[in-house]
Design a protein around this ligand. Structure first.
Ligand code: HEM
Length: 427
């Protein structure tokens, strides 16, 4: 039987009515239709910035929605710099390696990369699968005891594994998991009232994370354990001129913050999106169940493509340039909308089909191959694949009982809450 045709998303808006700088646009049900409209009618367009979290709006930004333009900008770091920041507004918080350019970036990336080698990730595999089983079994037991009420998937299941893994990697004690979860949420969504909603709260969270990281680093200096914190604070690497370099306390704190934020939120969102997608596409869930070992990683990639938990990255032009035939002036902001590029029909057949067997799946959800390509991509694939496969295996009756509650922000495609019932019945 021929596969059913997938309906194409649409919008009633005209291109001139679209406001990509407005976080409310990201909460619209027709957002995929909006990106499709832009890709076909205005693939490179200039958008105005809105006031976010009390910051005065900036001068506006160029929006790229096609795969080929995103790939070009992502790899041309000399023309499109990560300085001074990679979000649309330049928030007054200290920046980490994600806001550096080579060669300085290369020096720091080499240090933190030691925690993400295939050997390091391979060592985590068993642990990640066994944590996934424990988290799921814990939630099942609680649901059974309580008579199978509707629960928030994000709170009860989705958020737990990423926090646990990043905390274990960095050597943070379990009693601090809740604190880290809360601080990273406040940091990432200064435009979302539920998560803080102000610039002051964001800065407070930033400072608290930094102080936490400094204490952690202090403890590991000279007291070497096998966690990533020890590796980073005690590392010596050759810089581009051959001299040995050590990271300073402040630099170390920025690494830790980036890992806490990057490792937590994105992966949690991907897991929640995955559960929602499997609820809508039960045939794909069956496919995963037919061979979980084989399909777990492919599932993770298709979920990251389809959901694009990191919706965008910004660059800033270091000189006058053109993208396609559009002139870009030195100093202007250029925004790569990964969330739009991942559905570019010019690059991919049937982009709106959710298909965990897609191969190759060279989506841009982890970046488009430039020097900042997601350092945690292998770890994220492992976590998302293990968690979604474990849920499919152990919670066959899981049912999504309401729409996902999305985060109000431009930069992530975040799910704050997802109501589900685990289908274990009352006993
Ligand atoms: C679904 C999960 C994830 C997604 C969608 C994601 C996505 C991304 C994207 C789009 C970038 C920027 C790429 C670019 O600018 O070219 C990035 C960078 C980064 N990610 Fe991830 N990420 C995820 C999980 C993780 C995890 C689990 C970690 C670590 C534990 C991590 C650590 C980082 C770091 C350190 C960078 C900065 C790398 C650099 O600047 O060189 N990410 N990620």
């Amino acid at each position: 039987m021929a596969p059913a045709t997938i309906p194409l998303p649409s919008t009633d808006l005209s291109v001139d009515e679209v406001e990509l700088g407005n976080p409310d646009t990201m909460l619209r049900d027709d957002i995929d239709g909006i990106f499709r409209l832009l890709r076909t009618q205005r693939p490179i367009g200039f958008d105005r910035e809105f006031q976010t979290a009390g910051l005065e709006p900036g001068p506006g930004f160029w929006s790229l929605t096609r795969h080929r333009d995103v790939a070009r900008v992502n790899s041309d770091w000399e023309t499109f710099s990560n300085l001074p920041a990679v979000g649309i507004p330049t928030y007054p918080v200290r920046q980490s390696i994600i806001s550096m350019d080579p060669p300085v970036h290369t020096k720091f990336r080499l240090i933190v990369n030691r925690g993400f080698t295939p050997r390091m990730i391979g060592r985590l595999k068993e642990q990640v699968w066994s944590h996934s089983r424990d988290i799921v079994d814990g939630a099942l037991a609680r649901a059974r005891d309580a008579g199978d009420p509707e629960i928030d998937f994000v709170e009860e299941i989705g958020s737990k594994l990423p926090t646990m893994v990043i905390a274990a990697l960095l050597g943070m004690p379990p009693e601090d998991h809740e604190l880290i979860y809360r601080l990273t949420n406040t940091f990432i969504a200064p435009s979302d009232p539920e998560y803080g909603g102000t610039l002051e709260k964001m800065i407070e969270a930033d400072t608290a994370m930094e102080e936490y990281a400094l204490r952690l680093g202090e403890d590991r200096r000279g007291h070497v354990t096998d966690d990533l914190t020890s590796i980073i604070v005690n590392a010596e690497v050759s810089g581009p001129d051959g001299a040995k370099v050590h990271v300073t306390d402040k630099e170390f704190a920025e690494f830790v913050k980036l890992l806490m934020i990057g490792g937590n939120e994105t992966t949690r969102n991907a897991i929640a999106h995955g559960v929602f997608l499997f609820d809508r596409h039960p045939d794909q869930r069956e496919k995963l169940l037919s061979d979980p070992e084989r399909f777990a990683t492919m599932t993770a990639d298709e979920v990251v493509r389809y959901a694009s938990p990191v919706a965008l990255m910004r660059r800033t032009a270091t000189r006058d340039a053109t993208i396609g035939d559009v002139p870009i002036a030195e100093g202007e902001k250029v925004v790569m909308w990964y969330r739009a590029a991942n559905f570019d029909e010019e690059w991919l057949d049937e982009p709106y089909r959710f298909d965990i067997t897609r191969a190759p799946n060279d989506h841009v959800g982890f970046g488009a191959g430039g020097p900042h390509f997601c350092l945690g991509a292998s770890l994220a694939r492992l976590e998302i694949g293990a968690m979604l496969a474990t849920i499919a295996q152990r919670i066959p009756g899981l049912e999504v009982t309401g729409p996902p509650v999305k985060m109000r922000t431009l930069s992530s495609h975040g799910v704050k809450h997802l109501p589900v019932r685990l289908g274990v019945g009352g006993t």
